[in-house]
Design a protein around this ligand. Structure first.
Ligand code: ADE
Length: 264
Protein backbone atom coordinates (compact mmCIF):
# COMPACT_ATOMS: atom_id res chain seq x y z
CA UNK A 1 0.00 0.00 0.00
CA UNK A 2 1.25 3.50 -0.79
CA UNK A 3 0.53 6.77 1.03
CA UNK A 4 1.02 10.11 -0.75
CA UNK A 5 1.04 13.03 1.71
CA UNK A 6 0.72 16.56 0.32
CA UNK A 7 1.98 18.99 2.91
CA UNK A 8 3.81 22.24 3.60
CA UNK A 9 5.70 20.51 6.43
CA UNK A 10 6.94 17.08 5.25
CA UNK A 11 9.18 16.75 8.33
CA UNK A 12 6.11 16.09 10.52
CA UNK A 13 4.88 12.89 8.78
CA UNK A 14 8.49 11.93 7.84
CA UNK A 15 9.34 11.27 11.51
CA UNK A 16 6.46 8.79 11.64
CA UNK A 17 7.36 6.97 8.40
CA UNK A 18 10.98 6.62 9.57
CA UNK A 19 10.19 5.17 13.02
CA UNK A 20 9.29 1.90 14.69
CA UNK A 21 6.87 -0.59 13.07
CA UNK A 22 6.16 1.72 10.12
CA UNK A 23 9.89 1.91 9.27
CA UNK A 24 10.03 -1.91 9.32
CA UNK A 25 6.95 -2.21 7.09
CA UNK A 26 8.59 0.22 4.64
CA UNK A 27 11.87 -1.75 4.74
CA UNK A 28 9.99 -4.98 4.04
CA UNK A 29 8.24 -3.37 1.05
CA UNK A 30 4.72 -3.75 2.48
CA UNK A 31 4.25 0.03 2.76
CA UNK A 32 5.54 2.81 0.50
CA UNK A 33 5.22 6.57 0.94
CA UNK A 34 5.76 9.77 -0.91
CA UNK A 35 5.97 13.15 0.88
CA UNK A 36 5.10 15.94 -1.53
CA UNK A 37 6.00 19.49 -0.53
CA UNK A 38 3.20 21.72 -1.84
CA UNK A 39 5.59 24.68 -1.74
CA UNK A 40 7.59 23.08 -4.60
CA UNK A 41 4.59 23.86 -6.84
CA UNK A 42 4.26 27.54 -5.91
CA UNK A 43 5.16 29.77 -8.85
CA UNK A 44 6.15 33.19 -7.48
CA UNK A 45 9.66 33.91 -6.24
CA UNK A 46 8.48 33.94 -2.60
CA UNK A 47 6.93 30.45 -3.01
CA UNK A 48 3.59 31.79 -1.72
CA UNK A 49 1.03 29.10 -0.84
CA UNK A 50 -1.71 31.10 0.93
CA UNK A 51 -3.89 34.20 0.53
CA UNK A 52 -6.81 35.92 2.28
CA UNK A 53 -10.36 34.61 1.68
CA UNK A 54 -12.79 36.34 -0.71
CA UNK A 55 -15.60 38.01 1.25
CA UNK A 56 -13.31 38.81 4.16
CA UNK A 57 -12.78 37.00 7.42
CA UNK A 58 -9.92 36.01 9.64
CA UNK A 59 -6.92 33.96 8.58
CA UNK A 60 -5.47 32.74 5.30
CA UNK A 61 -6.45 29.98 2.88
CA UNK A 62 -4.16 27.69 0.93
CA UNK A 63 -4.01 28.69 -2.75
CA UNK A 64 -5.64 26.24 -5.16
CA UNK A 65 -2.98 26.32 -7.92
CA UNK A 66 0.04 24.85 -6.05
CA UNK A 67 -2.24 22.28 -4.42
CA UNK A 68 -3.79 21.33 -7.78
CA UNK A 69 -0.33 20.88 -9.33
CA UNK A 70 0.80 18.78 -6.34
CA UNK A 71 -2.28 16.56 -6.81
CA UNK A 72 -1.53 16.18 -10.52
CA UNK A 73 2.08 15.24 -9.71
CA UNK A 74 0.88 12.14 -7.79
CA UNK A 75 -1.76 11.28 -10.45
CA UNK A 76 -4.44 11.74 -7.82
CA UNK A 77 -7.30 11.42 -10.35
CA UNK A 78 -6.90 7.66 -10.22
CA UNK A 79 -6.52 7.44 -6.41
CA UNK A 80 -8.69 7.95 -3.34
CA UNK A 81 -8.06 11.51 -2.12
CA UNK A 82 -8.61 12.43 1.52
CA UNK A 83 -8.71 15.95 2.89
CA UNK A 84 -8.24 15.98 6.68
CA UNK A 85 -10.38 18.69 8.22
CA UNK A 86 -12.37 19.25 11.42
CA UNK A 87 -15.45 19.64 9.14
CA UNK A 88 -15.11 16.08 7.83
CA UNK A 89 -16.99 12.90 8.67
CA UNK A 90 -15.74 11.18 11.84
CA UNK A 91 -12.80 8.79 11.51
CA UNK A 92 -13.63 5.33 12.94
CA UNK A 93 -12.10 1.86 13.02
CA UNK A 94 -14.64 0.82 10.36
CA UNK A 95 -13.39 3.56 8.04
CA UNK A 96 -9.77 2.56 8.81
CA UNK A 97 -10.63 -0.99 7.70
CA UNK A 98 -12.24 0.28 4.51
CA UNK A 99 -9.23 2.51 3.69
CA UNK A 100 -6.78 -0.33 4.38
CA UNK A 101 -8.22 -2.14 1.33
CA UNK A 102 -7.12 0.66 -1.06
CA UNK A 103 -3.87 0.27 -3.03
CA UNK A 104 -2.98 3.97 -2.67
CA UNK A 105 -4.25 6.91 -0.64
CA UNK A 106 -3.57 10.62 -1.14
CA UNK A 107 -3.76 12.94 1.88
CA UNK A 108 -4.12 16.72 1.64
CA UNK A 109 -2.87 18.41 4.81
CA UNK A 110 -4.35 21.86 5.26
CA UNK A 111 -2.72 24.71 7.15
CA UNK A 112 -4.03 28.14 8.02
CA UNK A 113 -7.86 28.37 7.77
CA UNK A 114 -8.13 25.53 5.26
CA UNK A 115 -8.13 25.08 1.49
CA UNK A 116 -10.05 26.59 -1.44
CA UNK A 117 -13.46 24.88 -1.88
CA UNK A 118 -12.78 24.29 -5.60
CA UNK A 119 -9.99 21.85 -4.69
CA UNK A 120 -12.46 19.94 -2.50
CA UNK A 121 -15.12 19.97 -5.24
CA UNK A 122 -12.81 18.78 -7.98
CA UNK A 123 -10.36 16.42 -6.26
CA UNK A 124 -11.47 15.19 -2.84
CA UNK A 125 -13.26 11.86 -2.30
CA UNK A 126 -13.47 11.98 1.52
CA UNK A 127 -13.29 14.82 4.03
CA UNK A 128 -12.32 13.20 7.34
CA UNK A 129 -12.08 14.55 10.90
CA UNK A 130 -10.19 12.72 13.63
CA UNK A 131 -12.29 14.25 16.42
CA UNK A 132 -14.36 17.16 17.64
CA UNK A 133 -11.48 19.54 18.23
CA UNK A 134 -9.36 21.77 16.02
CA UNK A 135 -5.67 21.07 15.46
CA UNK A 136 -3.35 23.67 14.00
CA UNK A 137 -2.16 21.21 11.39
CA UNK A 138 -3.58 18.62 9.01
CA UNK A 139 -0.24 16.75 9.19
CA UNK A 140 -0.97 15.39 12.66
CA UNK A 141 -4.50 14.32 11.66
CA UNK A 142 -3.27 12.62 8.46
CA UNK A 143 -0.59 10.79 10.45
CA UNK A 144 -3.21 9.54 12.93
CA UNK A 145 -5.29 8.15 10.06
CA UNK A 146 -2.26 6.60 8.32
CA UNK A 147 -1.25 4.91 11.59
CA UNK A 148 -4.69 3.37 12.09
CA UNK A 149 -4.82 2.23 8.44
CA UNK A 150 -1.34 0.82 7.70
CA UNK A 151 -1.32 -1.54 10.69
CA UNK A 152 -4.41 -3.28 9.21
CA UNK A 153 -2.56 -4.03 5.96
CA UNK A 154 -1.71 -7.75 5.62
CA UNK A 155 1.71 -8.60 7.01
CA UNK A 156 2.31 -5.43 9.07
CA UNK A 157 1.33 -6.96 12.42
CA UNK A 158 -0.02 -10.37 13.45
CA UNK A 159 -3.70 -11.01 12.82
CA UNK A 160 -3.93 -12.42 16.38
CA UNK A 161 -3.05 -8.99 17.84
CA UNK A 162 -5.66 -7.34 15.60
CA UNK A 163 -8.41 -9.81 16.64
CA UNK A 164 -8.16 -9.05 20.34
CA UNK A 165 -7.58 -5.32 20.41
CA UNK A 166 -10.00 -2.52 21.27
CA UNK A 167 -12.87 -2.15 18.77
CA UNK A 168 -12.54 -5.68 17.37
CA UNK A 169 -15.90 -7.41 17.80
CA UNK A 170 -17.38 -4.00 18.67
CA UNK A 171 -15.97 -4.00 22.23
CA UNK A 172 -13.08 -2.35 24.05
CA UNK A 173 -10.06 -4.38 25.13
CA UNK A 174 -9.75 -6.37 28.38
CA UNK A 175 -7.10 -5.39 30.99
CA UNK A 176 -3.63 -6.93 30.56
CA UNK A 177 -0.87 -7.79 33.08
CA UNK A 178 2.77 -8.84 32.83
CA UNK A 179 5.57 -9.63 35.33
CA UNK A 180 5.94 -9.15 38.27
CA UNK A 181 3.01 -11.03 39.80
CA UNK A 182 2.72 -8.42 42.57
CA UNK A 183 3.37 -4.74 41.84
CA UNK A 184 2.80 -1.94 44.36
CA UNK A 185 0.86 -4.38 46.55
CA UNK A 186 -1.49 -5.24 43.66
CA UNK A 187 -1.66 -8.84 42.42
CA UNK A 188 -2.36 -10.16 38.96
CA UNK A 189 -5.93 -11.63 38.94
CA UNK A 190 -5.81 -15.32 40.00
CA UNK A 191 -7.62 -16.57 36.90
CA UNK A 192 -4.80 -15.37 34.61
CA UNK A 193 -2.30 -17.53 36.53
CA UNK A 194 -4.57 -20.60 36.51
CA UNK A 195 -3.78 -21.82 32.99
CA UNK A 196 -7.53 -22.58 32.63
CA UNK A 197 -8.17 -21.31 29.09
CA UNK A 198 -11.98 -21.39 29.22
CA UNK A 199 -12.09 -19.42 32.49
CA UNK A 200 -9.58 -16.91 31.10
CA UNK A 201 -11.71 -16.46 27.97
CA UNK A 202 -14.83 -15.85 30.09
CA UNK A 203 -13.01 -13.43 32.40
CA UNK A 204 -11.69 -11.45 29.44
CA UNK A 205 -15.11 -11.26 27.78
CA UNK A 206 -16.68 -10.06 31.02
CA UNK A 207 -13.97 -7.40 31.48
CA UNK A 208 -14.39 -6.20 27.88
CA UNK A 209 -18.13 -5.90 28.40
CA UNK A 210 -17.79 -4.11 31.76
CA UNK A 211 -15.26 -1.64 30.33
CA UNK A 212 -17.34 -0.96 27.22
CA UNK A 213 -20.50 -0.47 29.30
CA UNK A 214 -18.67 2.00 31.57
CA UNK A 215 -16.70 3.97 28.95
CA UNK A 216 -18.64 3.56 25.69
CA UNK A 217 -22.24 2.35 26.26
CA UNK A 218 -23.03 3.53 22.71
CA UNK A 219 -20.69 0.79 21.40
CA UNK A 220 -22.61 -1.91 23.26
CA UNK A 221 -25.85 -0.77 21.57
CA UNK A 222 -24.10 -0.80 18.20
CA UNK A 223 -22.55 -4.25 18.77
CA UNK A 224 -26.04 -5.53 19.67
CA UNK A 225 -27.52 -3.95 16.52
CA UNK A 226 -24.77 -5.55 14.40
CA UNK A 227 -25.47 -8.98 15.95
CA UNK A 228 -21.98 -9.18 17.50
CA UNK A 229 -23.14 -10.10 21.02
CA UNK A 230 -23.57 -13.80 21.83
CA UNK A 231 -26.15 -15.14 24.32
CA UNK A 232 -23.25 -15.58 26.75
CA UNK A 233 -22.29 -11.89 26.39
CA UNK A 234 -25.94 -10.78 26.87
CA UNK A 235 -26.12 -12.84 30.08
CA UNK A 236 -22.90 -11.21 31.34
CA UNK A 237 -24.31 -7.76 30.55
CA UNK A 238 -27.39 -8.60 32.67
CA UNK A 239 -25.12 -9.58 35.58
CA UNK A 240 -22.85 -6.54 35.25
CA UNK A 241 -25.73 -4.04 35.03
CA UNK A 242 -27.46 -5.78 37.97
CA UNK A 243 -24.30 -5.37 40.06
CA UNK A 244 -23.96 -1.71 39.08
CA UNK A 245 -27.64 -1.03 39.97
CA UNK A 246 -27.14 -2.69 43.36
CA UNK A 247 -24.03 -0.64 44.17
CA UNK A 248 -25.77 2.61 43.14
CA UNK A 249 -28.73 1.76 45.45
CA UNK A 250 -26.30 1.04 48.30
CA UNK A 251 -24.58 4.43 47.82
CA UNK A 252 -27.95 6.26 47.78
CA UNK A 253 -29.24 4.65 51.03
CA UNK A 254 -29.24 7.34 53.76
CA UNK A 255 -26.52 6.89 56.35
CA UNK A 256 -27.80 6.28 59.92
CA UNK A 257 -26.18 8.10 62.78
CA UNK A 258 -24.80 5.16 64.80
CA UNK A 259 -25.22 7.05 68.09
CA UNK A 260 -28.74 8.49 67.73
CA UNK A 261 -30.07 5.97 65.22
CA UNK A 262 -31.29 8.96 63.17
CA UNK A 263 -30.72 9.12 59.48
CA UNK A 264 -29.37 12.25 57.75
N1 ADE B 1 -7.25 19.58 11.00
C1 ADE B 1 -7.40 20.34 12.09
N2 ADE B 1 -8.16 19.74 13.00
C2 ADE B 1 -8.52 18.53 12.49
C3 ADE B 1 -9.31 17.46 12.95
N3 ADE B 1 -9.91 17.48 14.13
N4 ADE B 1 -9.44 16.39 12.14
C4 ADE B 1 -8.86 16.37 10.94
N5 ADE B 1 -8.10 17.36 10.44
C5 ADE B 1 -7.93 18.44 11.21
Amino acid sequence: MKFHVLTLFPEIPRAFFESSIMAKAVDRGIIAYDLVNIRDFAFDKHKTCDDSPYGGGAGMLMLPEPLGLALESVKARRKRVIYVTPSGKPFTQKLAQELSREEELVFICGRYEGIDQRIIDSWVDDEISIGDYVLSSGEIAATVIIDAVYRLVDGVISSESLDEESYSGGLLEYPQYTRPEVYGGMSVPEVLLSGHHENIRKWRLEKRLAKTLANRPDMVCEARRDGLLTAEAEQMIETITGQVRKSVRKKKRPKTDKFSGRSD
